[in-house]
Ligand binder design. Sequence first.
Ligand SMILES: NC(=O)C1=CN([C@@H]2O[C@H](COP(=O)(O)OP(=O)(O)OC[C@H]3O[C@@H](n4cnc5c(N)ncnc54)[C@H](OP(=O)(O)O)[C@@H]3O)[C@@H](O)[C@H]2O)[C@H](O)CC1
Ligand SMILES: [K+]
Length: 493
Amino acid sequence: MKNVISSAQMRDADRHTIDTAPIASVDLMERASLAFVGAFMQLYPDRHVSVLVCCGTGNNGGDGLAIARLLQGHGYDAVTVWIARFTERETDDFATNLTRLHNTPVTVAEFLPADELPEIRQSVVIDALLGSGLNKPLTGDWLRLVEHINQASKQVVAVDIPTGLRANGIIPATEPTIFAHEVITFQRPKLSFFFPESAQTMDRFQVVDIGLDEAFIEGAPADFKLVEPEDIRLAYRKRKPFSHKGTYGHALIIAGDTSTMGAAILCCGASLFSGAGLTTACIPQEGLLALNTRHPEVMYCAMADLPDLWDRFDAIGIGPGLGRRVALFEKCLAYEPKPMVIDADALTALAHEQSLLDKLPARSILTPHMKEFDRLFGDHGTWWDRVRTAREQANARGLVIVLKNRYTFIAIPDGRVLINLTGNPAMATGGMGDVLTGMLVAFLAQGYTPEEAAMLACYLHGAAGDRLVADVGMAVVPATQVIEHLPAINGML
Ligand SMILES: NC(=O)C1=CN([C@@H]2O[C@H](COP(=O)(O)OP(=O)(O)OC[C@H]3O[C@@H](n4cnc5c(N)ncnc54)[C@H](OP(=O)(O)O)[C@@H]3O)[C@@H](O)[C@H]2O)[C@H](O)CC1
Ligand SMILES: [K+]
């Protein structure tokens, strides 16, 4: 898992790399700018596209100057630079790059405080005004310039981070920023990119490697970790020769009600396709025909038989579409504790009866979306606060909290948060949560730890959706398709 590091840690990594590589700081800026230009050229291959590079006078601005020079060197023939001279301070690397830029034909205009800003006629604006050095909200001339750029409604590509966005996750709703369609960021995504509030500031980001010392970055203390494909390959255990269904555990899904039987069937299907050796459904009897038709492999357990059969199960998933049968949840908490996934209506029951939280089996997995989370732990004005509560609760109660979001945050008992990057907006359809729950139960039944199960299920769930979008071209992905695509994803590992 890769560390997500703070701006201060990034500065340390910068300094460390300069000292130990060794590399001059201006050469590191050149490397960063080259990496940016490589990514930019993929986005805008037309050398005649008109580009306005807006630069501050710090190192983000220094990058902008180097980028303008490099683009011109690559044959981009309509590059203009604006420099915002709103402070007398400039960094050494900015100054060096300004001298270098003056040796090229690129047009440079400088703006002093209160200067009138000309109309922006270029098609693309590169935002190199302020980067990770931001230490206060935008005001005065900075704000005026950023608003001028936003009002021009051009394509905006930000260098490292959109101007005005704080890097470290806390995003006040009222703070103005530039709006960037694309962010080309250095070495690591900034923590803020994973918080839904960042959608007001940016559409997409991509990370480019600028050769900072990776060992140093990975050695830094980090509360947030990115789940990488390599982590999944390492965690995932391929099926062994001579293994049998007993090797892969028995999952019990307690779900479904008259009008929400589909949730139970989706959940069971996901368990089946995620490799549980056996899957049993505790659903209302009226759902049996549908279950047998859709998934004849799944067995049935009547509500009344649960106490007698409980010993047979290795992991329990409870909640999807449980509806009026939700009292079952409290009953199950009185039986012998088993690895458990708590979702949907069972989460609502927890919210109504908070004392049940203390009765959850150790290291249970909770899978709330935002509303379920707030019902459970109180309203949160920002995602930063919500994630902080998730960390506190996971740590204090020894739970794994899968806080569902465009980038799902997995808060684990040791206080860290794993960030899952797979998944896409085409998957924003009903039933996806039921599928995730089924997958989690299946992985628990197979003997994975709750942390591993959460990581695998979130990653593979999103990866199946990503495949369906990328390879099959689906604009909208229904949950059943994700289930059927899971084996192919597993085989890929
Ligand atoms: N390791 C890396 O990732 C590398 C990053 N590079 C680039 O460097 C920037 C960070 O550069 P830095 O010089 O530290 O900071 P900025 O350019 O972002 O900001 C410059 C100064 O602006 C002032 N400031 C901060 N907030 C505001 C504001 N709201 N309004 C006005 N001015 C503001 C502040 O100075 P003060 O003296 O006023 O406190 C900043 O110092 C990084 O983002 C990358 O683009 C390197 O090029 C390569 C390595
Ligand atoms: K920027």
